[in-house]
Write a protein that binds this ligand. Structure first.
Ligand code: OAD
Length: 257
């Protein structure tokens, strides 16, 4: 159900059509309709699990098998999911010059929908690396094994163990990736899509875009801590709102000359 008026959507569509540079950052809400659990809210992962036990370097040092059990379970869940309409719209938009897609999601569904050059802010659950960054191993490699026969999975290069190539709480975002994301805040329209907007530094990007003069909007089922600071909140399921926005963007402009 869209609760925002069609007038709002039409105005956003006009802005998107006129924009030279558009940036979107996505969160778990984009993959909710695909069946990937979100982190917060009803049924969110952090309602049943403690981030400190599963998504920190300390947790991995303490009990790598436990952390891997959780990631292996999530990989099995995600492997059964398909991209939804929101992923498909965003993937088409990545073909447009000046469009940048940043995601906090590690599920790889944007890429499976065909999105190009996705900036994966928190890494990918499908990439792994040697825990000890051993000499023979690449910095990171793709590994689609589901499920792993042994947990924690061994490093094929040194016989130690591998870890998911995701960003855990307390870890630093790769500075080159961060610089590309920060540069993309210099845009005409910045969309925060399906994210609770509480995990920094990702949540800071929309505010930086606003500071630099972008029109900022969020698409979410509900208001977020960012809502009051943004230009517009479109409240509704992202898989419906984006399809409608995409349809309107393709129509001739309704703006008065
Ligand atoms: P959250 O689970 O915190 O937030 C998901 C947001 O999506 C919520 O605001 C929901 O209201 C909204 N939502 C759910 N379904 C939706 C739908 N169909 N349409 C529109 N909105 C919907 O997920 P993130 O914001 O992505 O980080 O969380 C940010 C980071 O916190 C994650 O990347 C992860 C997590 O801990 C790390 O693991 C480092």
């Amino acid at each position: 159900m869209l609760v925002e008026t069609s007038d709002h959507l039409t105005r956003v569509a006009d802005r998107l059509r006129a924009a030279r540079a558009v940036t979107a950052i996505t969160g778990a809400g984009v993959s909710a309709a695909s069946g990937v659990p979100t982190f917060r809210g009803d049924g969110g992962l952090w309602r049943s699990f403690r981030a400190a036990d599963l998504a920190t370097p300390e947790a991995f040092a303490r009990d790598p098998a436990l952390v891997w059990e959780w990631y292996d379970w999530r990989r099995q869940t995600i492997a059964r999911c398909e991209p939804n309409a929101a992923h498909l719209v965003l993937s088409r938009w990545t073909e447009r010059p000046g469009f940048t897609l940043i995601t906090q999601n590690v599920d790889g569904l944007h890429e499976r929908a065909g999105a190009r050059d996705v900036l994966r802010f928190h890494g990918s659950i499908w990439n792994v690396r040697c825990r000890d960054a051993c000499h023979g191993s690449p910095p990171s490699w793709r590994d689609d094994t589901v499920p792993y026969p042994v947990l924690p999975p061994p490093c094929p290069y040194c016989g130690g163990i591998i870890r998911p190539d995701v960003v855990w709480f307390g870890e630093v975002i790769d500075p080159r990736l961060f610089a590309r994301c920060a540069a993309a805040t210099a845009c005409d329209v910045f969309l925060a899509v399906g994210t609770s907007a509480v995990v920094f530094p990702a949540a800071g990007l929309v505010h930086e875009a606003k500071r630099r003069g972008a029109f900022t909007l969020e698409i979410n089922l509900e208001r977020t801590p960012a809502s009051d600071l943004l230009d517009l909140s479109l409240l509704g399921p992202v898989e419906e709102v984006l399809v409608e926005l995409d349809r309107l963007v393709r129509l001739p402009s309704t703006a008065c000359p």
